[in-house]
Write a protein that binds this ligand. Structure first.
Ligand SMILES: *[C@@H]1O[C@H](CO)[C@@H](O)[C@H](O)[C@H]1NC(C)=O
Ligand SMILES: *[C@@H]1O[C@H](CO)[C@@H](O)[C@H](O)[C@H]1NC(C)=O
Ligand SMILES: *[C@@H]1O[C@H](CO)[C@@H](O)[C@H](O)[C@H]1NC(C)=O
Ligand SMILES: *[C@@H]1O[C@H](CO)[C@@H](O)[C@H](O)[C@H]1NC(C)=O
Length: 770
């Protein structure tokens, strides 16, 4: 093994070995950075340590600056140094001989140490002559950064805190190396130093023990921080600290007045507020803690605490309230003291002295109020038996005016349905209507009492009238419907168990009996308000007798007892076994037709009759309407045709002898014909004209299809002259005025019709209408 290999590669650092305290480094650097290389092999045994680190000052202007020199025993003309690593060949360059230069201004606060590797190469071959080794370049600090506060501070301290009580700690930062004075800080207060202190670490504390929120509640402190402690040079910064002094209960509550006077109406209810006793306390609301106590005067009686109550409200004032209503008539004023104290007060309190009012006098004046009447009871209850007579006394109510004036009272009852009336002056009540417990067992009504003063104050009271039962209702039988006896019922068969009810109360016992004994049935009282109807001797037959009647007497247990008699019908039926599926002959089979069937039949007949009458009336009305409404002559024609009395035309000389008509006309007897008819209907009246007229009419009829066939109405126009009675035409009877008719014929009917004739007052003047 060669010696060189045993020794290993040795690189020599050309920088001197001097004392490495930071301060001296700094001092040396300010002189010359390269002076250190003059002590080469001296500390060879320390080479590792030496060559591992080079130092360079930050922020050095006018680069390049020589940093140091790499050395090696193997370095010669045929070798060169090469470096690699952080900043190699950019910031740091090395010559082939090993001199390292920094080509830029460096900032320790950006990067304080650069790690690099050194190689020694053969120039020709680029081969390593020695193994690579590492070293670093450290940037030494300059005080190039000022301290900084990042915020302002808010702190708080309770008033009256002990000296030294912590408020808060402020912290400034400095980017310079904290291991040097460049990066070390000191703090001081620029003002407020009378009350506060700050230590090296920025902790602010109270200096005195008597901070008083009520005097000064907030301090604004300015804190100064600088680096290079103890020196005038260096950077500095300030911040503000707001210190709030928080409140504690250190002020005593005091009444604002010595005497409080309140007026209270006597009608104020329990719990009404009388008034507020204001107190003064400089502390903040949450630290006010007044406690009020009522201190009776020796004259005011010991039980004032039952009458008045004092408590504090949200504003921490004392509020007096009533524990019970006052009464002007019995006491007109109250006087007492109210004391205030605080349990949580820090003593000695800030506020002290003779002007503190911890005991105030309270005067309460009771005011008179016109009050409504007061009834002697809250409700009244009376009882009366239901058979009490009208006008009997029910009872009495009474009310009085509580005021000193003591007005007289008037009583009244408003309820119309109330069975009681009241005496307006005495309040006595009397029965006004009969009572019936079974209808209304309790009457409840209101009595009004009204003062006779102008204000007419009223009060009301409820009165209950309980109606007591009297045995005034007869018992009633139950379960007694549809009784039947079977043909095959033997002796002793129970055909029904009947019961009883009674509208009166407390009817515990009913008794049953037969009004008169029956040979067929017996009645057994079961003694439990029921009774059995029992067959006495069997052998009923449908053929024999269809039903039996039984009179049953019921009696209630009232005092005096009331009884009722009920007749029950027992039908005879033929039954299956166990009295089921029974068949009874219908009751009406004996009487032929039952009453209901008869009524039904009668109703049917009546209905038919009514319908017929209605039809007839309708017909008649329609007929009237035809004429009254002036129906067209065509319809009238049809009406006439329906009578089937159509004339035979001019050729029908048998039906209508025209010569008779004509002769009558010539004799003047046509004057007897009713005037109107005469005027309207009469055609030209002589034989020749008649023939001509018929011709004319015929012609008309031939040429006018719409006109009436003249052989209908027209022919009737000639019926009159020879007739002894009046016109038979229904048209004429119904449509022409009666007064125009001739009733002379009534005279001819004989003495029996004289009255009638008289009524119609036949008179020749009646004919003058023409
Ligand atoms: C040695 O390395 C340098 C730099 O990398 C290069 O310029 C040079 O040509 C190399 N020489 C040889 C002989 O390889
Ligand atoms: C301090 O208090 C003020 C006012 O209340 C507020 O505006 C501010 O943000 C507070 N500062 C801090 C750091 O709490
Ligand atoms: C401290 O100085 C500031 C700024 O001048 C001022 O606002 C503050 O009131 C001072 N504080 C005291 C306690 O004097
Ligand atoms: C009453 O008495 C009869 C005979 O003792 C009995 O059959 C019946 O069940 C009783 N009714 C009631 C309701 O107690």
């Amino acid at each position: 093994m060669r010696r060189s290999e045993v020794m290993g590669p040795v690189l020599w650092v050309g920088l001197c070995a001097f004392a490495f305290t930071t301060s001296t480094v700094q001092a040396e650097h300010t002189a010359t950075g390269t002076a250190l290389k003059h002590k080469p092999a001296l500390h060879r045994h320390k080479r590792d340590w030496l060559w591992k680190s080079f130092f360079l000052e930050e922020e050095k202007s006018n680069p390049p600056h020589h940093v140091g020199k790499l050395t090696s025993t193997k370095a010669n003309d045929q070798t060169k140094f090469v470096i690699e690593g952080e900043g190699a060949n950019t910031i740091f360059h090395v010559t082939s001989q090993g001199d390292i230069y920094a080509t830029k201004k460096l900032d320790r606060e950006v990067k304080s140490t650069y790690h690099l590797t050194a190689h020694l190469l053969n120039i020709a071959t680029n081969k390593s002559v020695e193994p690579a080794d590492q070293f670093n370049i450290q940037i030494t600090d300059l005080n190039d950064n000022k301290p900084q506060f990042t915020q302002s501070y808010n702190g708080s301290i309770p008033e009256r805190s002990e000296p030294g009580t912590n408020v808060l700690t402020v912290t400034a930062t400095d980017a310079d190396d904290p291991t040097t004075a460049n990066g070390q800080l000191e703090y001081k207060l620029l003002n407020g130093t009378d009350d506060f202190e700050i230590d090296r670490n920025g902790r602010i504390t109270a200096k005195i023990g008597f901070l008083d929120r009520e005097k000064k509640s907030m301090y604004l402190l300015v804190v100064h921080a600088n680096d290079m402690p103890g020196m005038q040079t260096g950077g500095s910064a300030t911040t503000t600290v707001t210190v709030t002094v928080s409140d504690i209960n250190d002020n005593m509550a005091t009444f604002k007045k010595n005497i409080f006077s309140f007026d209270v109406e006597e009608d104020k209810k329990e719990d009404s507020v009388i008034g507020t006793m204001e107190v003064e306390d400089k502390d903040e609301e949450q630290n006010k803690d007044p406690i009020f106590t009522i201190v009776p005067h020796s004259s005011s009686g010991p039980d004032l605490n039952n009458v008045f109550k004092i408590a504090r409200n949200l504003e921490k004032n004392g509020v007096l309230t009533l524990k019970q209503p006052l009464d002007f008539e019995s006491r007109k004023s109250y006087t007492f003291d109210v004391r205030v104290h605080e349990d949580t007060l820090r003593s000695p309190p800030d506020s002290q002295g003779t002007n503190m009012i911890t005991k105030a006098k309270v005067i309460i004046n009771v005011l008179d109020v016109d009050e409504p009447p007061i009834f002697s009871k809250e409700t009244y209850s009376f009882t009366l038996p239901e058979d009490a007579k009208v006008n009997s006394k029910v009872g009495g109510v009474s009310a009085r005016d509580p005021d000193a004036a003591s007005q007289s009272i008037r009583y009244s009852i408003d309820d119309q349905k109330c069975p009681v009336r009241i005496h307006p002056k005495t309040g006595d009540m009397y029965l006004d209507k009969k009572l019936d417990r079974e209808l209304t067992p309790i009457h409840t009504f209101r009595v009004t009492a009204e003062e006779s003063s102008p204000k007419a104050l009223k009060s009301y009271v409820t009165v209950n009238l309980v109606v007591l039962d009297v045995n005034d209702n007869a018992p009633e039988m139950t379960n007694s419907q549809d009784l039947f006896a079977c043909e095959n019922d033997g002796e002793g068969t129970v055909i029904r168990t009947i019961g009883a009810t009674d509208k009166d109360e407390h009817q515990t016992r009913f008794s049953f009996s037969l009004a008169k004994q029956s040979p067929d049935f017996s009645l057994i009282d079961n003694g439990n308000n029921t009774a059995n109807i029992i067959v006495k001797r069997g052998g009923f037959s449908l053929e024999d007798r269809k039903e039996y009647l039984l009179e049953i007497v019921l009696q209630d247990g009232g005092l005096p007892p009331l009884h009722s008699t009920t007749t029950v019908t027992i039908r005879v039926c033929s039954c299956g076994t166990d009295r089921k599926d029974y068949y009874c002959k219908p009751a009406y089979a004996q009487a032929g037709i039952s009453v209901s069937a008869l009524i039904a039949i009668l109703l049917c007949i009546l209905t038919i009759l009514v319908i017929v009458i209605l039809i007839i009336m309708r017909k008649r009305y329609q007929k009237d309407a035809f004429i009254a409404l002036g129906k067209s002559s065509g319809e009238i024609h049809e009406q006439l045709v329906s009578y089937d009395e159509e004339g035979g035309g001019e050729m029908d000389t048998n039906g209508y002898d025209v010569s008779i008509l004509t002769s009558a006309r010539n004799e003047g007897s046509l004057r007897q014909v009713p005037c109107l008819y005469n005027a309207v209907k009469r055609p030209p009246a002589d034989r020749g004209n008649m023939a001509m007229m018929i011709e004319v009419k015929k012609d008309e009829a031939d040429h006018d299809r719409d006109s009436i066939p003249y052989d209908t109405l027209h022919i009737y126009g000639y019926e009159g002259p020879e007739s002894f009675t009046s016109n038979l035409s229904s048209l004429e009877n119904s449509s022409f005025s009666d007064s125009d008719l001739d009733y002379d014929f009534l005279n001819d009917w004989g003495p029996r019709f004289r009255t009638l004739a008289g009524l119609y007052g036949v008179d020749s003047s009646h004919h003058d209408c023409c």
